[in-house]
Design a protein around this ligand. Structure first.
Ligand SMILES: [Cu+2]
Length: 516
């Protein structure tokens, strides 16, 4: 950090201190809660895991190995296929669970700093959700216990410590968590070798193959940190040999800040069958799919008509950098305040390649109807509406005029467990282009997008957005208002909602909500 950045950070921290006091009054402070350190006597686990977060070295680029932080898993009890290690990857093990299982995870922190794990998308009790106030120090352990009540879908886990989520995820701490259930089993979707798991992340490396991060660079924090190359499961632009068959492709955008506008080559459609919270009611066919940080997509891909040796690429198509929003402030941008990625948001890039083998797969027909889960949901025009403006003021990102404070809850952030509200995220446009597309994530239950209005008709990201189905992370483009209907978790406690651009989150674009 140079002196100018340092002075800037100092001024920011004094602003942050000031806003903590100047927030609207009548905020409440919930009771203190400590991490769980002993198993609950009454909780009989079907699955027991140990997950250790520790420094390690893995080969990523040719030549010298890369120092990373990673989760290593160990199965203590449960089905033998519960943990799936991705060979040679810094990613944590894929955790495969079934709806209804009771799970106990012992989390050990061998990192040189405190940490805590969030189960992104799962509806779990307060003590298991990974609130930053429950972070544990180096050398300590804690226990989480929860029942898998979520439906089948692609979820994930990652750290959530105060102001260090971006840095810890960037160092490699993340993993997929896949839930299955009987409804999905009945569809006999492609599985085994025909199920491709693809975790998309961008990274920047120095000449010694070591990860480069922003180091407090203010412009990169305000815009979100972008790498200059994209990795899939920790590998640069992989090519995978696949059968000329139907495939299921599960995508997770675990990047800190990059938005992808994904499309297959070879005139293949993006056949979307699921989102953050499991299967859609019907498959959706689209040319492009917008995937923002934190979001998942479940695709089917029909390669049966392709000759052996055909290459199919997954690309991210070009879009205007301004579609994702950029905080550009004249001389500061790319100038005195430091580096930018050579691969800005919107730069076209190749994500990965599939090359077909001669071998064919089993016969499969795309079902017209995937799920009946939608029947459990109906739009509720009578529910309480809460407006949550997303704004940029005094070099900070705000949620409803506030930034994060560890145990601060405003009256409108106090909700009854199991109650339903409409939260409307209003992405305010500002003069001088100080705006961004924000992927807003709510902890606890999955929600529905009921309306998307405003914004620019020419924003290229709009065409690829999937609002159907159950979501936990919704992208709100500059100028847009996105209304979601959420039925809050029945677990009482303190939960979070925040922007999933991890630099925005770490800068305080995050708030608590208290479930009573
Ligand atoms: Cu944001």
């Amino acid at each position: 950090m140079d002196r100018r950045d340092f002075l800037f950070l100092l001024s920011l921290s004094s602003i942050a201190g000031a806003t903590g006091c100047s927030g609207r009054s009548a905020s409440s402070r919930p009771a203190e809660l400590l991490p769980q350190t002993t198993p609950s006597a009454g909780f009989v686990a079907d699955v027991e895991l140990v997950l250790t977060a520790a420094p390690d070295e893995v080969p990523v680029l040719p030549g010298r190995s890369t120092r990373v932080w990673r989760f290593v898993g160990r199965l203590v009890k449960g089905p033998a296929d519960t943990l799936q290690t991705i060979p040679g990857s810094y990613l944590g093990p894929v955790i495969r669970l079934r709806r209804g299982q009771r799970v106990r995870v012992r989390i050990a922190n061998q990192l040189p700093e405190s940490s805590v794990v969030h189960w992104h998308g799962l509806d779990v009790p307060e003590r298991a959700d990974g609130h930053p106030r429950l972070a544990i120090d180096h050398g300590r352990e804690y226990i989480v216990e929860f029942e898998v009540t979520n439906r089948a879908g692609t979820y994930w886990y990652h750290p959530h410590p105060h102001m260090r989520t971006g840095a810890q995820v960037y160092q490699g701490l993340a993993g997929l968590l896949i839930v299955r259930d009987a409804e999905e089993d009945a569809l006999a979707l492609p599985s085994g070798d025909a199920e491709l798991l693809c975790v998309l992340q961008d990274r920047r490396f120095d000449a010694q193959n070591q990860l480069v991060f922003h180091g407090g660079n203010m412009m990169e924090m305000m815009n979100g940190f972008l790498g200059d190359r994209v990795l899939v499961n920790g590998r640069p632009q992989p090519t995978t040999e696949v059968d000329a068959a139907w495939h299921r492709v599960r995508l997770l955008n675990a990047s800190n800040a990059r938005i992808y506008e994904l499309a297959w080559t070879n005139d293949l459609q993006m056949t979307v069958i699921g989102g953050d919270g499991g299967l859609l009611e019907h498959p959706l066919e689209q040319q492009v799919l917008t995937l923002a940080p934190g979001q998942r997509a479940d695709l089917l891909l029909d390669l049966t008509a392709l000759a052996a040796g055909t290459e199919v690429h997954l690309d991210s198509q070009a879009f205007a950098e301004a579609d994702a929003g950029v905080v550009g402030m004249g001389g500061m941008r790319g100038g005195g305040m430091g580096d930018r990625s050579s691969l800005p948001n919107g730069a076209p890039l190749r994500v990965m390649t599939l090359r077909t083998r001669a071998r064919r797969g089993p016969a499969f027909r795309l079902p017209e109807r995937l799920s009946s889960f939608d029947e459990t949901w109906s739009p509720r025009a009578d529910a309480k509406i809460r407006s949550v403006p997303l704004s940029f003021q005094r070099m900070m990102w705000f949620l409803d005029g506030r930034t994060f404070a560890m145990d601060d809850v405003a009256p409108e952030e106090t909700v009854a467990g199991g109650s339903t509200q409409l939260w409307e995220f209003v992405n305010l446009t500002r003069p001088m282009g100080m705006q961004a597309a924000h992927p807003i994530h709510m902890h606890g239950r999955q929600f529905r997008v009921v309306a998307r209005t405003g914004g620019s008709a020419t924003n290229a990201l709009r065409a690829g957005i999937v609002d159907a189905g159950w979501r936990d992370t919704v992208l709100v483009l500059p100028g847009e208002t996105v209304r979601v209907q959420v039925t809050f978790t029945r677990h009482p406690g303190l939960y979070l909602y925040h922007c999933h651009i991890l630099e925005h989150e770490d800068m305080g674009m995050m708030r608590n909500f208290q479930v009573t």
